[in-house]
Design a binder for this molecule. Structure first.
Ligand SMILES: Nc1nc2c(ncn2[C@@H]2O[C@H](COP(=O)(O)OP(=O)(O)OP(=O)(O)O)[C@@H](O)[C@H]2O)c(=O)[nH]1
Length: 209
């Protein structure tokens, strides 16, 4: 008998139950093959959950967190605590934006990069793009080129999570427009370099390439 069930990815109890059932082989989550994959989705769309569930059977996974860890931001600290709690204890966490180094490492463990949208935010911030500092475009281009090259040449299985933004109105601020445009370009460049592209909407994952 086959049932199709949609869960709310922000419902921690439902996610824990689904993960347990998936681990016992009692439910199927759409799966990607070996190699590299990009998954796009909105906030709380279930994209991270989908990426994590793809690797649920692997004991050794390198989870690459691209986000800041600001101990003074209590809400963010709590979010990250929940993320860490839901990852299997055997997984490793690397907090870095140096994705080419991770992808070039001679390491058999699959990689889960969460996420490219935050990676871009940090690259733009470091280059002072928000203040239109000289050379930020060239700096960004060379970082994106290095990332794309590393994805094309990596020998590691890797899943990249990213946000789909810009489905709404044009942002009112120059910074908002800059970020939206650059994230769209980054997603296009990475999608062209990976083996598979997935999208996640309202907790439902679909392969689109
Ligand atoms: N520094 C750090 N960041 C982490 C860690 N674990 C998760 N994160 C970050 O948490 C962020 C995801 O936060 P959420 O707000 O829950 O994600 P979301 O994109 O809204 O939700 P989903 O659609 O479920 O992916 C990513 O940018 C990760 O880099 C960690 O151990 N350290």
């Amino acid at each position: 008998m086959e049932f199709h069930v949609t869960i709310d990815p922000s419902d921690d109890a439902a996610v824990a139950l689904l993960r347990e059932l998936a681990g016992r082989g009692e439910v199927m989550v759409p799966v990607h093959g070996p190699g590299t994959a990009l998954v796009l989705g909105g906030a709380r769309s279930g994209k991270s959950f989908w990426a994590e569930s793809q690797l649920a059977d692997a004991a050794d996974v390198e989870y690459v967190a691209t986000s800041y860890y600001d101990p003074d931001d209590a809400e963010w600290v709590e979010r990250i605590r929940l993320h860490r709690e839901r990852r299997p204890s055997s997984w490793r966490t690397t907090e870095t934006v140096d994705l080419p180094a991770v992808l070039a490492a001679d390491d058999p463990a699959p990689v889960l990069v969460d996420c490219l949208a935050v990676w871009l935010d940090r690259v733009l911030f470091d280059a002072d793009a928000w203040n239109d500092a000289p050379g930020w475009r060239e700096g960004l281009r060379s970082k994106v080129d290095a990332l794309v090259n590393a994805i094309r040449t990596t020998r590691r299985d890797a899943i990249f999570v990213t946000n789909e933004v810009g489905l709404g109105i044009v942002p009112a601020t120059p910074g908002g427009r800059l970020y939206r445009d650059e994230l769209g370009r980054l997603n296009v460049a990475v999608a062209a370099a990976v083996d598979e592209v997935w999208t996640c909407t309202a907790g439902i994952a679909r392969r689109i390439r």
